[in-house]
Design a protein. Structure first.
Length: 312
C-alpha cells in the first residue's frame, strides 16, 4: 500500500509517498480502515517544520502526516461487535501519532464513529480535528451557554468556522474577528457581529465577552483581559512561554489540547448529519498533490477546510 511519510523536519520536500506493507490487526478492539478522505490542519505544516519537536521528537518526528480519517472498515478484531466490515466511519488520530494520509490505517474501535453511508464523505472529512478543537474549547472548557457573548478570533479558519457554528448552536451571541474579505462568510456561518482586523483591533472593543476563543493567538492575555467579562474564559490554541505563565497566574486562561474523544466525535457527527455543522470546503486535493496542499495551507489564508482525497 501507499502512504505519505515524513522522517525529518523541514520544507515540503520532506514529505514522501512510499510503498509499504498493509498494517495488520495486532490486538483487541482494533479495526482496519481503508481511508477515503482526510483533511489538512495547520498542525500538519507546523509539525512538518518541527514547531512541536519538544513533544513530537527533537531530532525526527514521531508524528506522521494527517490526523483526520473518513473511510470504510475492511477488517476488525474478533471482539469488535459494535462495528461491521463495510461500515463507513470517521475518526481522529492522536497528535503524537498521525498517519492518516495512508491507504489503510488501524484504529481503536472506540474512536471509530459510524457515519451515514449515503452521505457525501467530503462533508465529514474536515471535522475530526478542527471541529473537535472548537467543541472542546467552547463546550468542555468554556462551558458555553445560551446568551453568552462569544468572540472568535479567526472566524474563517478551519477551527474558527466550526466554532462560529457551534457557538450559535448553543445560543450564544457570536462576534467573529476576520479580514474584510471574509466578513460576509462569517455572517453566513451565523456570526452576529464581525470585526475586520484590518480596520480595528478586537482588543479595543468596548464590549466584554464571556468566552474569547483565540484561533490566531496574536495578542497577549494582558491586552485581551479588558474585553473579558469578570468571570469570562479566554481559550488559546497555541502554546507559548507567555501562555504558560498566564495559565499559571490567571484561572480565566485555558489552553485547548485536541485529542480523540468518542463523545465529542459523536456530537459533531450528529450535528453534521442534522445540518447544524457545515464544512466549507476550500479545495479538494488528490493525495498525490499533498505538497501543493501543504504549501497552500501554510499561507494561513484557507477559508474553511482543505480536503485530501486518498485516491490511490
Ligand atoms: N491546541 C490545539 O489542540 C489545536 C488544534 C487545532 C488547531 N490548533 C491551532 O489553531 C490554529 C488554527 O488552525 P486552523 O487549521 O483552523 O488554521 P487555518 O485554517 O490555516 O487558518 C487560516 C485562517 O485564519 C485566518 N486568519 C489569519 N490571520 C488572521 C488574523 N490575524 N485574524 C483573524 N483571522 C486570521 C485566515 O483568514 P484571513 O485571510 O481573512 O486572515 C484564514 O481563514 C492554528 O494555530 C493551529 O495550530 C490548535
Amino acid at each position: 500500500m501507499k502512504k505519505v511519510t515524513q522522517n525529518q523536519y523541514g520544507d515540503t520536500s520532506v514529505l514522501k509517498i512510499i510503498d509499504c506493507d498493509k498494517p495488520r490487526l495486532t490486538s483487541k478492539r482494533q479495526v482496519l480502515v481503508k481511508v477515503q478522505y482526510s483533511s489538512l490542519n495547520a498542525i500538519d505544516w507546523k509539525n512538518r517544520k518541527g514547531l512541536f519537536r519538544i513533544f513530537s521528537g527533537w531530532f525526527s518526528p514521531r508524528s506522521q502526516p494527517g490526523f483526520d480519517i473518513v473511510g470504510s472498515i475492511v477488517d476488525k478484531s474478533d471482539d469488535v461487535n459494535d462495528l461491521e466490515i463495510g461500515d463507513k466511519i470517521l475518526s481522529l488520530l492522536g497528535t503524537l501519532k498521525g498517519g492518516a494520509f495512508s491507504q489503510y490505517v488501524i484504529i481503536n474501535a472506540g474512536y471509530a464513529i459510524k457515519i451515514d453511508p449515503s452521505a457525501d464523505e467530503t462533508i465529514f472529512a474536515g471535522l475530526p480535528m478542527a471541529a473537535s478543537t472548537a467543541w472542546m474549547a467552547l463546550v468542555s472548557l468554556g462551558k458555553i451557554k445560551q446568551g453568552d457573548k462569544v468572540l472568535i478570533n479567526g472566524g474563517s479558519s478551519g477551527v474558527g468556522h466550526y466554532a462560529v457554528q457551534i457557538a450559535k448552536y448553543y445560543g450564544a451571541e457570536v462576534t467573529a474577528v476576520t479580514s474584510g474579505k471574509n466578513e460576509a462568510f462569517c455572517r453566513e456561518l451565523g456570526a452576529d457581529n464581525t470585526v475586520n482586523y484590518q480596520n480595528e483591533k478586537f482588543t479595543e472593543k468596548a464590549e466584554q465577552y464571556n468566552i474569547i476563543f483565540d484561533v490566531v493567538s496574536n495578542s497577549s492575555f494582558h491586552a485581551i483581559k479588558p474585553i473579558l467579562a469578570p468571570n469570562g474564559i479566554y481559550i488559546d490554541t497555541n502554546m507559548s512561554l507567555s501562555l504558560i505563565k498566564d495559565l499559571l497566574i490567571h484561572k480565566q486562561v485555558k489552553f485547548v489540547s485536541v485529542h480523540p474523544d468518542r463523545k465529542v466525535l459523536q456530537e459533531i457527527v450528529q450535528m453534521a448529519e442534522t445540518g447544524k455543522l457545515k464544512t466549507h470546503i476550500a479545495k479538494v486535493y488528490p493525495i498525490n498533490d499533498v505538497i501543493e496542499a501543504h504549501k497552500e495551507m501554510e499561507q494561513s489564508r484557507t477559508v474553511g477546510k482543505i480536503i485530501m482525497k486518498i485516491d490511490w
